[in-house]
Design a protein. Structure first.
Length: 232
């Protein structure tokens, strides 16, 4: 498996390249519109054909590059089941497995940050957790039908049941961290450690975070596969 982690400094977003070097097919996870040229350049350098653009959720902090990449490469745009994205080619269900060449990618429903969110278990060894589980943190739950109790359940029943040595690659990091493991997050994640479900709900409800700067632009654009809505 070929695996690359790419970073957008404006939004602290990680985009991931997953590829099978034998078939030369590739997928991008959580692309960023402003980084499409970078992503295409890397795919060309590595002689890869993009077949899928995957989204962990409908993002509020950046506009996806999936629609533009589909126009330029013919790839399919895949989003979580129940995501309000009618322009997607497919909505992935919990447990569904797609293949990039010989590389299996399993969709794992992890709602809570938003009401439609997926993690992706890649090759049984890497889990791309989007905004559900971050390195020593987790996603917020105060907009887009987020729910702290649901996020607690998703993390504990869907992610923390994976083997401890599975590598955790989040959708964002704001402190320069790049990778963790399931075992590390079970032992050291301060938002989850020592809190039962009700205590986690109370903690998340007390955060009072400001809205992401791009939320009013990003959410409607991402519901259109990265196309900015045209005002009437």
């Amino acid at each position: 498996m070929l695996f690359r982690q790419l970073f957008d400094p404006e939004t602290s977003t990680y985009t991931y390249v997953i590829a099978d070097p034998h078939s030369q097919s590739a997928a991008l996870v959580d692309s960023v519109l402003e980084q499409v040229d970078r992503d295409l350049r890397l795919l060309k350098e590595l002689d890869l054909k993009l077949i899928f653009c995957l989204e962990t959720h409908v993002h509020a902090d950046h506009i996806t590059g999936a629609g533009k990449l589909r126009q330029l490469t013919g790839c399919q745009n895949l989003v979580p089941q129940y995501a309000d994205v009618d322009c997607a080619d497919r909505h992935l269900q919990d447990g569904e497995i797609i293949h990039v060449g010989s590389i299996p990618i399993q969709a794992i429903a992890t709602p809570g940050h938003t009401d439609s969110h997926l993690a992706f278990l890649v090759n049984q060894s890497h889990v791309l957790t989007g905004d559900a589980l971050l390195i020593r943190g987790c996603g917020r739950t105060d907009f887009q039908s987020g729910d702290a109790g649901t996020l607690y359940d998703s993390i504990h029943s869907k992610l923390f049941t994976l083997p401890d040595d599975v590598l955790v690659y989040p959708g964002h990091d704001y402190r320069g961290q790049t990778v963790s493991t399931i075992g590390e997050e079970k032992r050291f994640n301060p938002r989850l450690l020592g809190r039962d479900r009700q205590e986690f709900i109370e903690f998340m409800d007390s955060l009072n975070l400001p809205d992401p700067q791009k939320i009013m632009e990003a959410v409607p654009a991402n519901q259109l596969c990265g196309q900015r809505a045209v005002p009437l």
